[in-house]
Design a protein around this ligand. Structure first.
Ligand SMILES: [Zn+2]
Length: 168
């Protein structure tokens, strides 16, 4: 899937969490969701690990998803314990921000599992490949359906924001 599709779907996915919060926290939730949505491909294609990782290999496994979510949770916990209250994160935001990141990562894996290539979520233990759709319905990266899903998710996210602003 294209990066924009991942970003749009994750943004829509975190909207139920975001609308429960005031705008600064809601923006953080959307940002963490978007960060989660790009982490698997970032590890493969941009980071210093790209020479080690093959595309949609270990970076798209349940193991790395779990580790990255745990790392975000630990970092947010550390931020909440900063001595300076002006910079310290409200500890009540650790759970929703971590959940937003997790939604981003999981939505990325679900979307990639809908492509012809699928993904191997049990690496490095198993090469088993997961496809969520039957062969004729798999969604090619950069194809028309990929773009339509991205646009629909973006439209949905904008609609949620407009509705929540209008009803507040
Ligand atoms: Zn990917």
């Amino acid at each position: 899937m294209r990066r924009l599709t991942h970003l749009a779907v994750a943004t829509l996915g975190v909207m139920p969490l975001a609308v429960d919060h005031a705008w600064p926290a809601a923006s953080g939730i959307v940002l963490l969701g978007m960060a989660g949505a790009v982490v698997p491909d970032y590890l493969d294609l941009r980071s210093d690990l790209r020479g080690v990782l093959t595309h949609r290999g270990l970076s798209h496994s349940v193991l790395i998803a779990g580790l990255s979510i745990a790392l975000v949770w630990v970092l947010l916990g550390a931020l909440s314990r900063l001595d300076d209250p002006a910079w310290a994160l409200d500890s009540g935001l650790i759970a929703p921000l971590t959940a937003a990141f997790a939604i981003g990562v999981v939505s990325h894996l679900i979307l990639d599992a809908c492509t012809p290539r699928g993904l191997r979520p049990l690496l490095p233990l198993s090469q088993w490949r997961l496809w969520l759709l039957p062969k004729p319905f798999r969604i090619g990266t950069g194809g028309r359906l990929d773009n339509m899903i991205g646009l629909a998710a973006f439209g949905g996210a904008v609609a949620v924001v407009v509705l929540s602003v209008a009803s507040s």
